[in-house]
Design a protein around this ligand. Structure first.
Ligand code: 13P
Ligand code: SF4
Length: 309
């Protein structure tokens, strides 16, 4: 029997009747061993539809929590407890609740990049791939509150024309792209298509030819006849882009800081094959949430699923 870590993970998966779901921002080797790779919405949907009793989510903790909330009877594992998200950190429950309570007749639309407690007080959850569709369904007599990502909120306000109150959170990775340097790069590569995630600053989004979720950006590289793309999102997605289009030239959008790996999400990149093996071996860390949070957070997540159809 071979002793490689890949083989050991495959054997453990079989033994545990487990599947591995990975986000596009994970390192290539993790994406390659996963049963499914997708954006936040697709991961939640796949987890909900799967019959597997054990799901290991290689992404960040809020993604694993969403799978657990939608499928409370499944064992949901994740490789590293520290795999947080700056948007979750920027929306503490007490303050977010007080913000909601300060508006008359609120309808709280919360980005999936949030804690389970914050989800539990929200009316509907969205991801960047379904937010426009969902916001268009919010009753017009309501005051829409959107959080925690302000850049996505500003983008959605422009796209939907709906007035919205915005929570001031940001993604620490996507706000670091430099619009000034991007303009210079675009002059050097006039044939490149600029594609950006909506968590980027407005100045970047104004320059982009396409703005969308990770799956939308991957679809653009897959389908667009051009060969050159400047990519303003986390570098992990280059793996699937290059697989889909081996001929494509993918250029990282430039960062405010010189020579750093700031286009990597430090939380996504905490996950390793070794930690995945350990989690499948010990069946931990496992997502556990109080029953009341599970019950209350399920409603807005299920509404997201319904309104995304
Ligand atoms: P997607 O839903 O587009 O995959 O984005 C998740 C995320 O965390 C982006 O930073
Ligand atoms: Fe959170 Fe940003 Fe990392 Fe996405 S890239 S998980 S929004 S910190």
């Amino acid at each position: 029997m071979s002793n490689s870590i890949i083989d050991r993970i495959r054997n453990l998966k079989e033994k545990r009747k487990a599947i591995i779901l990975a986000h596009y921002y994970e390192e290539g080797a993790i994406q390659d061993i996963a049963d499914f790779v997708g954006d936040s919405y697709q991961l939640a949907l796949y987890g909900q539809k799967s019959d597997a009793p054990v799901i290991l989510l290689a992404g960040v903790v809020f993604m694993a929590e969403s799978v657990k909330i939608l499928s409370p009877d499944k064992t949901v594992l994740f490789p590293d407890r520290e795999a947080g998200c700056s948007l979750v950190a920027s929306s503490p429950f007490e303050e977010y609740l007080a913000w909601k309570q300060s508006f008359p007749n609120p309808f709280l639309v919360t980005y999936i990049n949030s804690s389970a407690r914050v989800k539990a007080i929200s009316d509907v959850i969205v991801t960047s791939s379904n937010a426009e569709k969902i916001i268009s369904k919010v009753p017009h007599n309501k005051t829409i509150l959107f959080g925690p990502d302000r850049n996505l909120g500003l983008y959605l306000k422009r796209q939907t024309g709906r007035p919205m109150e915005l929570w001031p959170g940001t993604c620490e990775v996507h706000v670091l792209f430099s619009a000034q340097k991007l303009m210079k790069l675009m002059k050097e590569h006039p044939d490149a298509r600029v594609i950006a995630h909506p968590e980027c600053d407005e100045a970047i989004l104004q320059l982009a030819h396409v703005v969308g979720s990770t799956s939308r950006l991957l679809a653009e590289v897959t389908r667009h006849p051009g060969r050159k793309f400047i990519v303003a999102t986390e570098t992990g997605i280059f793996h699937q882009m290059q697989k889909a289009r081996p001929d494509a030239i993918l250029i990282q959008a430039p960062n405010e800081k010189e020579s750093c790996s700031c286009n990597d999400c430090p939380y996504m990149k905490l996950n390793t094959l070794q930690k995945i093996e350990a989690a499948l071996m010990s069946l931990s860390p496992e997502i556990t949430l109080p029953q009341d949070i599970l019950t209350q957070a399920r409603k807005p997540l299920e509404l997201m699923m319904e309104w995304s159809q």
